[in-house]
Unconditional design. Sequence first.
Length: 231
Amino acid sequence: RNSEFCGPLTSFDWNEAEPRRIGTSSIDTTCTVWDIDREAVDTQLIAHDKEVYDLAWGGVGVFASVSADGSVRVFDLRDKEHSTIIYESADPPGTPLVRLGWNKQDPRYMATIIMDSAKVVVLDIRFPTLPVVELHRHQASVNAIAWAPHSSCHICTAGDDSQALIWDLSSMGSDQASGHQPVASAATAEGGLDPILAYTAGAEIEQLQWSSSQPDWVAIAFSTKLQILRV
């Protein structure tokens, strides 16, 4: 639908908990929530200081976004005047964040991709600013992330190194069990966490999807091809 409410769009996400709502992000610094039943804008927020590159729902009235300003921000539609900054990129400060994945099985966790970086940052929204873990095994820029639809502790990442990697993050909640802020182990800090599965495609992987109806299958897109992988 064309609208005078927003500039060119960069991403969108359907609210699975409330299917009449869809959220969009735009280069004009806004995020817009649409009411599909009414075919109208429900809410529009100035979300960031620069272009917004991605948006993900975390519940009925809660979504998060990432931006060229280098921040992950969480918004609650019950309080539209405020947002919570969960993370800000640091190497160097203000490096754009381009993709965001919110763990639907455990909404305490989300993951983000830094522009032109081989690193994936996993966050716990209860402990802003400090990553739970950083995934370092890609050899070139990461382009796509997808949390497992059937498991709270598995995530797939893919990038310009032609690799699709699946990670087991089952240990990431151990430090938080007592309510203490997480502190990464030395091995994790050095990039010591290894993926449990790896697949090499024929070219740079641009996009991936993990099937929610058939969770044994992951689809990847590269060059002119679409491949479906059994995991």
